[in-house]
Design a protein around this ligand. Structure first.
Ligand code: NAP
Length: 477
């Protein structure tokens, strides 16, 4: 079994406590891939100190040169993308083609967002006074703490650190405990790409201790978090003690609406992509499918057939199209949501039980006629379960879709341009996919409203979130 180390201040550092966490594969709860340091406050303090120390010299590197180093990391990763994808598939459980797709997303973030440093710009204004000059500059915040989830263990990190590094902010990365190797692999690439000491730090271990230090240490000027709304709220309140900037990419509860004028076959394809990617474990997964009464039977039939064709298994097997859930807790939540929906009157169309492979494998499931009182209507399931609801008017479905504290992604299928315009405006979500189940890209602003988060990632807006606006007014010269 391989034993890994933290990456702090340009050095590979042993676990200070001498304690480790096992890294297992979701496909087999007993298969331990390796162990990583169970780091505590001590390592968090060291990583923050090293990032802070690196700040002045890193921000002084001309932006195009910083971008060159990010692009060097991109090139090295491009050469090793197959190996990185295989490791990601093993520790996260997603099928190999999806893992390779995520590595491509990681590369896109490095390439596109890494170049943003040279596009930082401010404004200048003419003054009503003579010899008076007013301008703004965008300046990097300082050391930033990045806390990331397990479901996209590589791209969630680079969507944060590529823009942070490009604009001059050193980073301390705390990856999810289920998927630390993808983060450590990025540290290896960073070292080879030639980032100066302290600009990138990766520490694995105790979420509470590391999180507390990152969110309360005044040397950390921003926390960028992706994860559950529940943890996001804790971090938000911890960040208030030092008035840090925050970006919060939190949970979602996406509606997926199929209107009666939709292309039903296309809608089935979109629903399959949106619902079952990564075994239903994405923040933008369709969680509630609303189907117009006129096409309800046809959609349920076609969609259930497509779901019944999903091949569940180990993500490395060629024919497999869906992997395991991440762990036992996730499995239990999925099971609880399905049983509760059935108890409340839902009809089980497909699946509904543990898969015959056992462990973390769950059958892809479709539930129709779901009662809105069910837990699945109100909570994020994070699994391969599609609850379907019937609606009869635009007004009714818009109300149902918006009836949630979440506001990340939403989807709908329609061919009526008037309806498309009206519904896209009415949905209270940060992302609206019309006639598509896969709207996200490095170039677009990704993020939610309401309890799905604060700020945006990707695009120039995601870059701005690592910058402060400095206004300078010069008089008397
Ligand atoms: P999570 O339990 O909130 O964990 C996310 C990260 O926070 C992990 O690194 C975790 O570390 C850490 N963490 C947990 N408790 C902490 C604490 N008290 N202080 C500091 N850090 C703490 O979420 P998850 O289960 O990994 O991911 C699933 C959730 O993420 C879903 O709700 C999903 O919707 C959301 N998500 C959102 C987006 C988006 O862009 N909006 C993208 C992906 C996922 P440990 O692993 O060590 O506990």
């Amino acid at each position: 079994m391989e034993t890994y180390r933290n990456y702090i201040g340009g050095q590979w550092v042993e676990s200070a406590s001498g304690r480790f966490m096992p890294n297992t594969t979701p496909a087999n709860r007993d298969d331990i891939i390796g162990q990583v340091p169970l780091s505590t406050k001590e390592e968090a303090l060291a990583a923050v100190a090293s990032a802070h120390e690196a700040f002045e010299s890193w921000r002084a590197v001309p932006a195009p040169k910083r971008g060159d180093i990010v692009l060097r990391a991109w090139r090295i990763m491009e050469e090793r993308k197959d190996a990185i994808g295989r490791m990601l598939s093993r520790e996260e459980g997603k099928i190999l083609p999806e893992a390779l797709g995520e590595v491509q997303k990681t590369l896109n973030c490095l390439e596109y967002l890494g170049g943003e440093g040279r596009r930082m710009s401010g404004v200048s204004r003419e003054s009503e006074l003579s010899r008076n000059y007013a301008y703004t500059r965008k300046v990097p915040l300082g050391a930033v703490g990045l806390i990331t989830p397990w479901n996209f263990p590589s791209s969630m990190i680079t969507r944060k650190c590529a823009p942070a590094l490009a604009v001059g902010c050193p980073v301390v990365i705390k990856p999810a405990s289920q998927t630390p190797l993808s983060a450590l692999a990025l540290a290896v690439l960073a070292e080879e790409a030639g980032f100066p000491r302290g600009v990138i730090n990766v520490i694995t271990g105790s979420a509470n201790e590391i999180g507390k230090e990152l969110t309360t240490n005044p040397l950390v000027r921003k926390i960028s978090f992706t994860g559950s709304t529940e943890v996001g709220k804790v971090l938000l309140s911890q960040c208030s003690s030092t008035v840090k900037k925050v970006s919060m990419e939190l949970g979602g509860h996406a509606p997926f609406i199929v209107f009666d004028d939709a292309d039903i076959d296309e809608a089935v394809v979109g629903a399959m992509q949106s619902k079952f990617r990564n075994t239903g474990q994405t923040c933008v997964c369709a969680n509630r499918l609303f189907v117009h009464e006129k096409i309800y039977e046809e959609f349920v039939k076609k969609f259930s057939y497509a779901v019944s064709e999903i091949k569940v298994g180990d993500g490395f097997d060629k024919d497999v199209t869906s992997g395991p859930l991440i762990d036992e807790n996730s499995f239990e939540k999925v099971e609880e949501h399905v049983q509760d929906a059935i108890k409340n009157g839902a009809k089980l169309e497909v699946g509904g039980h543990q898969h015959k492979l056992g462990g973390n494998f769950y059958q892809p499931t479709v539930l129709s006629n779901v009662n809105i009182k069910s837990k699945i209507t109100h909570e994020e399931t994070f699994g391969p379960v599609a609850p379907i609801y019937k609606f009869s008017s635009d007004e009714e479905v818009i109300k149902m879709a918006n009836d949630t504290p979440y506001g990340l992604a939403s989807y709908f299928y329609s061919r009526d341009i008037g309806r498309i315009w009206k519904v896209a405006e009415a949905l209270e979500y940060g992302i609206v996919g019309v006639n598509t189940g896969l709207p996200s890209k490095a170039e677009i602003p990704f993020g939610g409203v309401k309890e799905s988060g604060l700020g945006r990632e990707g695009s120039k807006y995601g870059v701005d979130d690592f910058l402060e606006i400095k206004y300078v007014n010069i008089a008397g010269i």
